[in-house]
Design a protein around this ligand. Structure first.
Ligand code: ZN
Length: 1040
């Protein structure tokens, strides 16, 4: 009968076995075993096939262990094994079945352990011998299963088994030279892995020098790929047993603090004292990289399923009287063109000659609305940095009107991309110039901030004369002037060179990095080596925001006291390796992700290794092809002012630094993560900057707006820059209004002007998401350009744009929060006018528009997404949310316009980086206080979106590189075809394409005049042709 059963179950799928299990097959077989084994003379010709069948069935039966225990089959099998210690074939069969019992249920393992199973197994596995390896393997695998039980592990530690296991592992490692017994060797490692899950196990393991032994033996296995199972398990054990430590900083709170108005103290997020970093948690989950299931589960639970909440539209939460103040920031609704609007706002040109008082102003005491900066009395004088052959900024508008300047708005439009990227616009340094970056740094950059002098420092003047940079919409002078007025908490006095000098995307594109095999475990071995072979460990603090650090004689120099900079501490680990610690967001103890710092005094052509050791997210795109960005001052001065992707051997993994509860949102025992990467610098004694993503500072925004203001065509473009409010840090938050000037002063044209629907766009509520700024830059430049599509768009809509909702966060190098330590995109339900002024007043503006029946047609908040590729939208849909949550939807009660899907569908067609399939229209409970959900629910904006842009790259469409398009060199560098990493050009293009999408949306789904329709139709045909052409050209460019 056993033979027939075995045959039946050996063919076909597992369905047969599952059927038998469902019919009580496991119990029946176990009962037979109990009966047969307990006879005085057991018949092994029956028992052996039975045991084999039990092992086979048991593997598929999740309750097999419990069933065996209930029927007392576990004890019977153990007894049988004990009787057969000398009979290897019988013993092996018993061990197989025992292993199935134990691996199904830890409690079964525990009771087997109490009945002496481990002692029995030690008799089998000791001493080392190559005889009976099948039995040996069965025994060691059973032992590993038993040791999943903590009480067994504790017993193993108490009885000294750990030491014996380690010794046996070493014997097998040394004697198995032909690698024939990898399973047995791995079995020993699994035993060690389970025992070291408990703290006494780890302590004992350290005591018997387990780390050293595994490190050495593990290294001997690295070369052979067939030994991967061994190396991986060794790595897991090493990571786990590496002694946990505290981050080497005095406190995890931010180095800077800000006293919040009205609170008397600093920091709303201070969560009590920082606890000690004990080893919490007995069992460490090895789930670093496979948290996705968990995430999905949490996402499902997070869906808003309350139909009332989804469908209700709350009343205006502000008194009507208070809304009146927002009239002032909607000048388009009341301006009287007869008086000559143009004449009343002379263009204001900040320049280096203009001595700016430092604004220690705390102007939040004033009413929210203040006159726009432009209205301040600023005298325009011929500047002292006027250069031969280059028009001063004063003369420029005339030249622009004649279409001569590169900053002509026409250069914004279609044909211009090519010129912008093709021509190196900085002249190379004369070769005889002996330019020393360090001198530059000391003499020039520091003095840029000298507030007494009215003249630009000589060094800067000379530098700019030699390198008249003309990066589109960037001017070092404007930048300098704006930076002087920027209020930072640390009172920055140094400019980072890339922000000052400007960035231009390189003419080539960079593919995502191919991850090198074994890079992470190599890195972990390196970390362990620091611990056990510390002879070459330097461990010297070379930079510290909190205290003066000594000058390292030979090493790199670090610096981060500039806008958006946030390196807190740098520790030289070995000669060419540095551990870096990022500063927390102000008034918090966390949010380490964004980084931006300067590094100098490097030697060329040597790989430097950087480890950012206090990252917090459990995974990162750095594990999937993303690289950080670098800007070299020497390269910039030689005509290549580019932030480029650099770094290799990149990996991101959990490290041994434990977060105190205060730094982990109250959760104890969480770890930090390390981002490790190597960089080879291009020049000797250069100054380089490394960042998480292409920086875009507040001063960059302000100077960018200054240039745009001058560059637009005032006869066609209605453009106003006003101050929405001042931030806690005393910085004005600019609000832009962009639309077309009325066609004429006839009343119907004026009416058309005022009746245009609103589009409200904003970005950079999260300061670390600089990609959002580049997208917004693209949007604004396109909207102000002379592109005929932009012209049409301006005639269709009134754009209200708040580019930087969190200027203070950006300035002070935060990743997520504002000065109050709050995530501003979680404050939309009830923003405080004191603590969250930008959100409070943006919401006020939206309320005001609603109160005058001018609810925006489209609302979009630009963000960056750190875990995904491509660009996509999040929107809000009642029905999709309910469906996703598995709720029944009563279509009679819930009606919904599906118009929210149109714009993303259009973008999927027109924007190369955009992917519809990544979009989501679910309303999550946890997002109830975000801009997208609140504007949708409270203001009834159907098309209320968050636009998420990748930091990494694209895996779809045009920017997914096909193998054919790649050069041989690229193919050699990364064998498989992958997408491009996103650059500022692609981000800006996304911003422009978003506008195009709005125009198509208007044509497709909204009422519009025939005239407009005809014009647009012609243009869009044209656009399609041009796009095709440009695609071809850019592909040629990238790969020729
Ligand atoms: Zn964000």
């Amino acid at each position: 009968i056993l033979g027939v059963l075995t045959d039946l179950l050996s063919v076909g799928t597992d369905r047969r076995i599952h059927y038998m299990i469902s019919k009580g097959g496991s119990e029946a077989l176990l009962q037979v075993l109990v009966n047969a084994a307990q006879t005085p003379e057991p018949d092994y010709s029956v028992l052996l096939p039975l045991l084999r069948l039990l092992a086979k069935v048991g593997q598929r039966d999740r309750r097999f262990g419990q069933k065996a225990q209930t029927l007392e089959a576990t004890d019977v099998t153990l007894t049988l094994a004990r009787k057969n210690l000398a009979h290897h074939q019988n013993l092996t069969h018993c061990l197989w079945v025992l292993r199935v019992y134990a691996s199904n249920a830890v409690s079964v393992g525990t009771s087997l352990g109490m009945n002496g199973a481990m002692e029995l197994l030690f008799k089998v596995i000791t001493p080392y011998t190559k005889k009976h390896t099948r039995t040996m393997r069965a025994a060691i695998e059973l032992l590993a299963a038993l040791l999943k039980s903590k009480s067994n592990s504790r017993r193993a530690v108490n009885r000294g088994y750990l030491c014996e296991l380690l010794k046996l592992y070493q014997d097998w490692h040394h004697c198995d030279t032909s690698n024939s017994y990898v399973h047995i060797r791995r079995g020993f490692l699994l035993c060690l892995k389970h025992i070291t899950n408990i703290q006494t196990g780890r302590e004992a393991f350290l005591f018997i020098r387990g780390i050293e032994i595994l490190f050495t033996t593990g290294q001997e296995c690295l070369a052979s790929k067939s030994l991967d199972p061994i190396v991986n398990t060794v790595t897991q054990i090493l990571r786990k047993c590496y002694p946990k430590g505290r981050l080497p900083v005095a406190t995890v709170s931010s180095s800077y603090s800000f006293s919040i108005p009205g609170s008397g103290g600093t920091g709303s997020s201070y969560a009590g004292p920082e606890d000690n970093c004990e080893d919490y948690g007995e069992e460490e989950m090895e789930k670093d990289l496979d948290n996705e299931d968990l995430e999905n589960k949490e996402e499902e639970d997070d869906l808003e399923t309350d139909v009332d909440k989804l469908t209700s539209k709350p009343e205006l939460a502000r008194p009507e009287a208070e809304l009146g103040q927002y009239k002032a920031i909607c000048p388009e609704l009341s301006c009287n063109f007869q008086v000559g609007l143009l004449g009343s706002y002379p263009p204001i040109i900040p320049n280096a000659a203009f001595s700016m008082q430092q604004q220690h102003c705390r102007e939040r005491d004033q009413p929210a609305m203040v006159p726009e900066l432009g209205e301040r009395a600023v005298k325009v004088t011929p500047s002292n940095w006027k250069k031969k052959g280059k028009p001063t900024e004063n003369e420029a508008p005339d030249r622009r009107a004649r279409g001569e300047s590169t900053r002509d708005p026409a250069c914004l439009s279609k044909g211009e991309d090519a010129t912008k990227s093709d021509t190196p616009t900085l002249h190379p340094l004369p070769t005889e110039t002996c330019w020393d970056a360090r001198t530059f740094h000391a003499q020039c950059v520091n003095s840029l901030y000298s507030r007494e002098g009215v003249e630009a420092p000589d060094v800067v003047t000379k530098l700019l004369e030699r390198h008249p940079g003309n990066i589109c919409f960037h001017s070092p002078h404007f930048y300098m002037a704006r930076a002087r007025r920027t209020c930072s908490i640390p009172d920055y006095r140094v400019l980072a060179f890339p922000d000052f000098w400007g960035h231009q995307p390189p003419t080539y594109c960079q593919s995502m990095l191919q991850r090198k095999y074994g890079v992470q475990r190599a890195k972990i071995f390196e970390d362990v080596r620091c611990l056990i072979q510390p002879s070459d460990v330097i461990d010297l603090v070379v930079f510290d925001l909190d205290s003066r650090s000594p000058d390292a004689p030979d090493g790199l120099k670090f610096f981060s006291k500039f806008e958006s900079g946030n390196l807190r501490k740098a520790i030289q680990v070995r000669e060419f390796e540095y551990n870096l610690i990022l500063n927390s967001d102000l008034n918090t103890t966390q949010h380490h992700q964004w980084f931006y710092f300067e590094v100098s005094a490097m030697k060329p052509a040597l790989p430097y290794r950087f480890n950012i050791i206090n990252c917090e997210k459990f995974n990162s795109q750095f594990n999937y092809g993303m690289q950080p960005v670098m800007y070299s001052v020497k390269e910039a001065l030689q005509g290549r002012p580019h932030w480029i992707r650099v770094g290799y051997d990149i990996c991101y993994y959990k490290n041994h630094y434990r977060r105190c509860a205060a730094a982990a949102g109250g959760v104890r025992g969480k770890s930090y993560y390390t981002l490790a990467f190597s960089v080879t610098f291009p020049h000797k004694d250069d100054i380089c900057y490394l960042a998480y993503h292409y920086p875009y500072t507040y001063s960059a925004l302000m100077s960018h707006l200054d240039l745009l203001k001058q560059a637009r065509n005032p006869k066609k473009v209605f453009f106003r820059q006003q101050t929405l409010c001042y931030t806690l840090g005393g910085n004005p938050c600019p609000l832009l209004t962009i639309t077309a000037m009325p066609q004429s002063q006839r009343s119907d044209d004026l009416e058309q002007f005022r009746d245009r629907p609103y589009v409200v766009l904003m970005s950079r509520v999260h300061p670390g998401e600089s990609n959002a700024s580049w997208v917004m830059k693209g949007t604004i430049e396109f909207l102000l350009s002379s592109d005929p599509i932009a012209e049409l768009l301006r005639r269709c809509f009134i754009f209200k744009i708040i580019h930087m909702l969190n200027p203070d966060g950006v300035i002070n190098g935060n990743h997520r929060c504002s000065l109050s330590g709050d995530d501003l995109n979680r404050q939309w339900l009830a923003p405080s006018s004191q603590l969250h002024p930008t959100i409070y007043h943006t919401k006020g503006l939206l309320y005001y528009l609603r109160s005058i029946n001018r609810t925006p047609l489209v609302f979009c908040d630009y963000h960056g997404h750190s875990q995904r590729k491509n660009v996509f939208l999040y929107g809000c849909s009642i029905k999709e949310t309910l469906w996703q949550a598995g709720c029944t939807v009563d279509t009679a009660v819930v009606t919904e316009d599906v118009g929210y899907r149109t714009l993303p569908k259009i973008l999927d067609k027109v924007a190369p980086a955009f992917v519809m399939s990544s979009c989501s229209f679910l309303v999550e409970k946890s997002r109830g206080s975000t801009a997208r959900v609140v504007v949708w629910r409270e203001n009834g904006v159907l098309r209320s979106y968050t636009m998420e842009s990748t930091y990494c790259g694209c895996s779809h469409g045009l920017y997914k590189v096909t193998d054919k398009e790649r050069t041989n060199r690229e193919r050699a560098h990364s064998p498989d075809s992958r997408g491009l990493q996103i650059g500022t050009r692609e981000l800006e293009e996304m911003g422009a394409k978003f506008c195009l999408g709005l125009l198509i949306l208007q044509l497709k789904s909204l009422p519009c005049s025939k005239n407009l329709m005809d014009q647009a139709a012609t243009l869009l045909d044209l656009e399609e042709e041009i796009t095709d052409l440009r695609v071809q050209r850019s592909v040629q460019q990238h790969y020729s």
